[in-house]
Design a protein around this ligand. Structure first.
Ligand code: F6R
Length: 242
């Protein structure tokens, strides 16, 4: 595990965008696993600027997003699908047919999860997975648990996650209680992983996840076992490093 401490959110975002740009230049038809949330927004903005300057091409890129809230349709502004359109896809030359999401309003969530898992396999797997981490150590919506989930599944969100994510909604009551998410196994099968972590509220869990025991109670700790993972964090989140 390669852990890189940057001085600020801006520096972390620039370095993340550099790593993602390199991936896209080396393999223009990469399958990118993408995350929503506040942490990657800065990197997405830089990717947009590079694409609009003609330095980055999304036309052959395929994307699969980590997760989606149950009950939110793609045109709901709080859905993760909407977030990605708004923060990245609608500003770059992405081919809409290559954008893939778990469908939060699927009538049969179990089949929907199986469809997504099969789709990722048919795409040849994920070349590059971008991750953030929740304050409770979750990755995607793999919440602290007694076991690691292998494949995509429907999950009940913890109070900690509802609390952390309510800032995107009018009230905490509006935060959906369930989500569809890639499993830990799906994420760990990605060839490369870039984890971004920012802010002092993530410092304690980051130290636990990246230096503590590997256990499903701290889902991100599993990344210690991945052969090609980089953690990019700002000084606030990685304050415990020398
Ligand atoms: C989002 C996702 C989540 C977030 C995590 C951190 O698609 O999978 O695991 O990465 O909740 O969110 P932020 O970046 O908002 O702190």
């Amino acid at each position: 595990m390669n852990i890189v401490k940057t001085q600020s959110y801006e520096e972390m975002s620039r370095k993340a965008a550099n790593i993602m740009s390199a991936q896209m230049i080396h393999k223009p038809d990469s399958v990118l696993g993408l995350a929503t949330g506040s942490t990657p927004e800065g990197a997405y903005q830089i990717l947009i600027e590079r694409c609009q300057a003609g330095d980055l091409d999304f036309s052959e890129i395929t994307t699969v997003n980590l997760d989606e809230y149950v009950g939110l349709s793609p045109d709901n502004p709080e859905s993760y699908r909407y977030f990605m359109e708004d923060r990245l896809f609608s500003h770059v030359n992405m081919n809409a047919a290559r954008v893939h999401f778990l469908n939060g309003i699927a009538s049969d969530p179990i089949s929907e999860c199986a469809r997504f898992e099969t789709l990722i396999k048919e795409l040849g797997g994920i070349d590059f997975q971008l991750l953030g981490m929740g304050p409770n150590g979750h990755i995607a919506f793999n919440e602290p648990s007694s076991s690691f989930a292998r494949t995509c599944f429907k999950v009940g969100l913890t109070e900690s996650t509802i609390e952390a994510n309510k800032r995107f909604f009018d009230t905490a009551e509006d935060v959906p209680r369930e989500a569809l998410t890639m499993g830990i196994g799906t994420i760990m099968a990605a060839r490369k992983i870039l984890m971004l972590v920012s802010g002092s509220n993530k410092a304690e869990i980051a130290e636990e996840a990246f230096t503590g025991p590997i256990c499903p109670e701290v889902p991100a700790s599993i990344l210690q076992l991945h052969p090609n993972v980089t953690v990019l964090g700002d000084v606030a989140a990685l304050s415990w490093m020398d």
